[in-house]
Design a protein. Structure first.
Lengths: 291, 117, 625
């Protein structure tokens, strides 16, 4: 006996097997990212004022990446539609478009966004020494506006050897724009466009610093959560891209010739996974980039 | 002796699937429309994030409502939930309940410690 | 040739003409990398039983330390010292670190490498497709992947014993911040250390369970044969169905937490490390801002449904065995099904009763206490239905029935003793004491494990065509039953007297004070408990011998030696690839025993309904009746 309902639907459920399987799997994935999102909620609520940063991520680039992923969702559903309408060439092009979008998303993230962070430096100032760096932090102004204080000075680290060498007593930071003009009301909320570190170099004494690292996962719970969630999401994007490549290669056309509905079903199942990946990003984007 | 077939019948391709293909072609316009809507709402959510709605909670709420709407569109149209029978809905409803339960109860545990008044 | 003989020819050789010839698979594809659910089920079963045995050995070592603290381990002491080094066993005496490793790994192995693979995966894989009349699982290749992920995960867990520093030693619960900082330092490897390997192994195990759960649910939904409606499913299938949902939805948050703990250990993040953490007198150089409580919430979000994963398949097995050996239908089928569904749902919203000592406020505590109280109701319904099923039955005390009957009061004791733990107030005293150990062991040890034994004796003939020996089965049962109670009953007492879990000296230090104050000693109970534990180990020897001996030399039986009604007993023995030569059709419910006016005291599900038959009213899910 062969296993029934692999391609045609079972009458009472209206579903074929792989569709049931993928929805169940997606349910488990909802719980997986749910666990990570609950960690985000917990850690963000627990962060003292000023310790959960805003405006550190590049919003235009994030928006473009979001648009790319949405576009890929459209192209994958059009690829599936083409298969259902038995238009193989259209399917091939739409699938290629989907794969390309996925690859571009990953390249933007891994070749631009993440390395940009790894090269950025931030030093948390000890609470007792915050007064000393008021000219960079502008906390009096912030408090008068009812805004949370700034507790960190960030920018481009001119002397990276200071991180390892205990004999060097200061960090030389080419300051981010905020710290050059901290009391300007325009600096109160994050900007849309990304502005790189200025030329103004400040010397921050190591003795006044609570903790200083590049913007890596161990820098703060914000970056820990950011890199973990986007990293896991990125792995899912990669997985989806690999599956799509498999269906786009000649093995896809072989299956199409043998049983086109079977290929359509498999592409639909992969497409469902892809839409879910897009869905997660729809929440990740505002939570990390905007809020 | 003839045994009844135990595998699914292999029917002629075009006869069986033609009606489905016709349905799908009607939906293509819909997919493009939804795609455009999603892009628009992405721009909207970015724009709204620079508008001050008073409290931080309100800002978060606005962003989450927009995100939920976009997610709903993806789920309903792209993932064909609109076309599925009840079974899938039931599985998903349970999942949604449990995820929200996980969020709410952990939040409640954080929010209601024994040292608070 | 006349018509009658051609009909009889067909009866004796029911081959489907539609079945195409599979070329004979080689040894490796047939027995090792098989996609057949029966082979995979047996693989899970054998691997799981071996892991159960290993976990049991770890416990037997611990019991020496508890009964004779600080003394040399006899027989194995020198061997362990040579294998694991002075850090584990020094001069024949177990070190505290090794004791902790034994404890943490005993729990992990028994639960995730023992019971879940055997009760859920092994029995589920072998029996469920047969009971629903399916040719296999919906996704056979994923099924195979799921087994091998489990196997590799198990190997990783075992390998962790042999790395510098030894296996994980922060409890099977791996509470942070301890689990974040343990096994780190100059003498440890960054990845090849006990705790990190535990995390990596666990991810493989979770992957295996998730793939398995998807398979089970899809199979039960999609591959029920003609006539096999939901309310005609054997209760065992319902139990596995709910269990699969628990695994599917509860494991992922733990997986996310494990990923975060891995990030903490390997990437230096502070998901679970609070600000200002001081270790060995020095402030740790971390970002801080993390929450140890977060780990506990995410862990127990799985942890609680997990305990129902451990008991539900056992309940399913007991249901089948009781119905079969009382020769009457199960009482309250509809209640059983509804209770199992409600139990599954509620199990997701009770988890914080494992966290009463974390300082949650009155509102959230009241919520969890209420849901925990409510969840006892479906459990009681299930147990009561089983007890009532015995009433008026024509009971045959076969070996499976002995184990299944013993399950009932044992699970009863386990469940009832959970009640003080359900309340924040009483649990403040009992938390982390031996009372808790006794409570949950009563449920899994003379509970689920007995159900597993019942299942093995019961379905052994279907897998092998031979019965296990009845006499030696009873020799296995009685000492096991007695020893289980001698081990765990006194632990309630110990717990109430205040002896704590995970104490290397077994409460020796505490005991001195208690004897002075109250003149009571909970400590001396450790000796009879340990002796009973070692006797329990000895009592398994007849089982192991019986198991392997009967495969070759056991009493040969036909397709349905227990005269049972469910679909698996209509299949050939052992079932071939594809299970049923002709697709079976179900005409009736699963427990039609002792129907009035029939020649035999059982009627199989595949037997068509005769026009003159007095029909039993079948349960349905509608609210009308």
């Amino acid at each position: 006996m062969e296993i029934p309902y692999t391609v045609t639907a079972r009458p009472d459920t209206g579903l074929w097997n792989a569709k049931v399987g993928i929805w169940l799997f997606l349910a488990s994935e909802v719980m997986l990212f749910g666990g990570l999102f609950s960690a985000y909620i917990f850690l963000r609520l627990d962060a003292p004022p000023g310790y959960w940063p805003h405006g550190l991520l590049n919003v235009p680039v994030g928006t473009i990446n979001t648009a790319i992923l949405i576009a890929s969702s459209v192209t994958v559903v059009l690829a599936w539609a083409s298969l259902k309408m038995r238009r193989f060439k259209a399917y091939w092009w739409y699938m290629l478009a989907t794969i390309s979008c996925g690859v571009i998303f990953l390249v933007v993230k891994l070749a631009y966004e993440w390395p940009q962070k790894f090269e950025h430096f931030g030093a948390y100032i000890k609470t007792s020494e915050l007064e000393k760096y008021e000219k960079y932090l502008g906390n009096k102004h912030l408090l008068s506006q009812g805004l949370p204080p700034r507790v960190e000075i960030s920018g481009h680290l001119h002397n990276p050897e200071a991180l390892k060498d205990p004999k060097i007593k200061e960090y030389e930071i080419a300051l981010d724009p905020i710290y050059t003009d901290p009391t300007n009301p325009a600096m109160d909320r994050p900007h849309f466009l990304y502005v790189p570190p200025t030329n103004k170099v400040a010397a921050i004494e190591k003795a006044d610093v609570e903790r200083a690292t590049m913007f890596v996962p161990s820098h703060s719970t914000y970056f820990a959560t950011y890199f973990t969630i986007t990293g896991l999401h990125g792995l899912h994007v990669l997985g989806g891209v690999i599956v799509f490549i498999y269906f786009w290669l000649p093995v896809g056309s072989k299956l199409y010739r043998k049983n086109p509905e079977h290929l359509a079903n498999r592409v639909e199942v992969a497409g469902l996974f892809w839409h879910f990946v897009d869905l997660i990003w729809i929440f990740v984007f505002p939570l990390f980039y905007l809020l | 002796m003839n045994n009844p077939p135990t595998t699914e019948p292999i029917e002629t391709e075009t006869e069986h699937y033609a009606p489905q293909a016709h349905d799908v072609s009607k939906h293509v316009r819909g997919y493009l429309l939804v795609g455009a809507t999603l892009l628009t709402f992405t721009a909207l959510t970015v724009f709204l994030s620079y508008v001050d709605f008073g409290t931080q909670k309100a800002n978060i709420a606005v962003a989450m409502v927009v995100a939920a709407f976009k997610a709903g569109l993806v789920a309903y149209i792209f993932m064909h939930l609109s076309a599925e029978k009840k079974l899938i809905y039931r599985v998903l409803i349970f999942t949604v309940i449990f995820v929200l339960g996980l969020f709410w109860l952990t939040y409640l545990a954080w929010y209601d410690p024994v040292t608070s008044k | 040739m006349d018509a009658s003989s051609s009909v009889s020819h067909a009866e004796h050789h029911p081959h489907a003409h539609g079945e195409h010839d599979h070329h004979e698979l080689g040894f490796w594809r047939k027995y090792v990398f098989s996609t057949d659910h029966k082979v995979i089920g047996i693989q899970y079963g054998i691997s799981g039983l071996i892991f159960l045995f290993l976990g049991f050995c770890l416990m037997m070592l611990m019991r020496w330390q508890l009964a004779f603290p600080g003394t040399k381990l006899p027989l194995v002491g020198n061997m362990l010292e040579n294998v694991f080094g002075q850090g584990a066993v020094a001069n024949g005496v177990m070190t505290p670190e090794f004791y902790n490793s034994l404890g943490a790994m005993h729990g992990t192995i028994m639960i995730f490498l023992g019971i879940v693979p055997v009760a859920f995966a092994a029995f589920g894989n072998f029996v469920v497709p047969l009971q629903i009349g399916a040719p296999d699982m919906t996704f056979p290749k994923i099924n195979m992947a799921s087994y091998w992920a489990f196997f590799v995960g198990g190997v990783v867990m075992l390998v962790s014993f042999f790395v510098p520093g030894g296996a994980a030693k922060s409890g099977w619960t791996s509470y942070t911040p301890l689990a974040d900082i343990v096994d780190k330092g100059p003498t440890y490897d960054a990845i090849m250390n006990g705790q990190t390997l535990w995390l990596i192994g666990f991810i493989l195990l979770i992957t295996s369970s998730l793939l398995g759960a998807v398979n089970f649910i899809a199979t039960i939904i999609q591959l029920r044969t003609k006539g096999m409606t939901w309310m005609r499913l054997p209760f065992f299938v319902w139990a596995q169905f709910v269990t699969a949902f628990l695994l599917l939805l509860a494991f992922p948050p733990l997986e996310s937490a494990i990923v975060m703990q891995l990030m903490d250990r390997v990437a230096g993040t502070s998901f679970f490390l609070p600000s200002g953490l001081v270790v060995n007198g020095a402030q740790v150089s971390i970002s801080g801002g993390g929450s140890p409580l977060l780990w506990q919430h995410l862990f127990w979000f799985l942890g609680h449904p997990e305990v129902y994963v451990l008991i539900l398949p056992g309940m399913g097995i007991v249901a089948e065995v009781i119905a079969n050996n009382t020769r009457k239908p199960l009482w309250g089928y509809k209640s059983l099904v509804l209770a199992a569904l409600v139990l599954g749902f509620l199990s997701f919203i009770v988890w914080a009763h494992h966290m009463w000592l974390t300082g949650m406020g009155t509102v959230v505590s009241a919520f969890f206490q209420t849901t925990t109280m409510i969840i006892s109701i479906p459990s009681v319904i299930i147990l009561s239905a089983f007890f009532i099923s015995l009433w008026g039955g024509s009971i045959r005390f076969t070996v499976p029935m002995l184990f299944a009957t013993a399950f009932l009061p044992m699970f009863g004791i386990g469940g009832l003793t959970g009640i003080p733990l359900a309340f924040n107030s009483t649990d403040l005293y009992l938390h982390d004491t031996y009372y808790v150990i006794a409570h949950f062991h009563y449920i899994v040890a003379p509970g689920t494990i007995f159900a597993v034994f019942a299942g093995i004796y019961y379905w052994f003939p279907k897998a092998t065509g031979r019965k296990m020996n009845e006499f030696w089965g009873k020799v296995h049962f009685w000492p096991s039953f007695v020893c289980m109670n001698v081990i765990f009953l006194p632990m309630f007492l110990q717990g109430m007297l205040g002896i704590h879990r995970r104490w290397y000296d077994g409460g020796q230090g505490w005991n001195v004070a208690a004897e002075k104050v109250w003149g009571l000693s909970g400590f001396h109970w450790n000796l009879p408990i340990s002796i009973a534990a070692w006797c329990l180990g000895l009592a398994q020897i007849p089982f192991i011998i019986n198991f392997f001996y009967s495969m070759r030399k056991g009493e040969k039986v036909n397709d349905n030696p227990w005269e049972a009604t469910t679909l698996e007993w209509t299949a050939p023995t052992p079932p071939r690839h594809g299970n049923f030569p002709v697709q079976p059709v179900a005409y009736r419910g699963p427990y039609e025993y002792s129907l009035p006016g029939r020649a035999k005291d059982y009627t199989m599900q595949t037997e068509p309904v005769q026009p003159d038959e007095r029909r039993v009213r079948e349960p349905s899910m509608s609210l009308g009746h």
